[in-house]
Design a protein around this ligand. Structure first.
Ligand code: ZN
Length: 133
């Protein structure tokens, strides 16, 4: 498994429209629009920062994972995403090491990336996403 870089930080917001103000107007990050991933009940917006990005996540439904996260822990950093060179082999390697996975197989994320989440129980409480683009 090869981790190439921190791909992005996922930040749960109750609204991208109001949540983006700090990132765009105060920090001056670029905003390139939103994308809704219907089956994950989330709308995302990626704001480039050098070679990485900030991902804002807004729930599209009250029972979506982001809505549940905000209800439980409040808005803020929800996950950290590492870019890997080969997500299938990374998942196989982690599984062989006994790491609890949320996704045993990659699914389609924003921007056509292949993504998979590791269980926070296996990572010391951090929701870790692997992505391959
Ligand atoms: Zn993400």
């Amino acid at each position: 498994m090869k981790i190439l870089k921190i791909d992005h930080l996922g930040i749960a917001v109750s609204s991208i429209e109001s949540g983006k103000v700090f990132w765009t107007e105060t920090l001056g990050l670029g905003f390139e629009g939103t994308e809704t991933i219907a089956e994950q009940k989330v709308t995302t917006a990626f704001l480039p920062v050098g070679e990485s990005e900030v991902e804002l996540l807004e729930s599209t439904a009250p029972d979506g994972p982001i809505a549940k996260y905000i209800e439980k822990k409040g808005a803020g950093i929800q996950h950290i995403a590492f870019r890997v060179d080969d997500i299938e082999s990374a998942l196989a390697e982690l599984k062989a090491k006994g790491v609890q996975l949320i996704d045993e197989k990659p699914r389609l994320g924003a921007g056509g990336a292949k993504i998979a989440f590791l269980h926070p129980k296996a990572t010391g409480g951090v929701l870790v996403e692997l992505c391959e683009r």
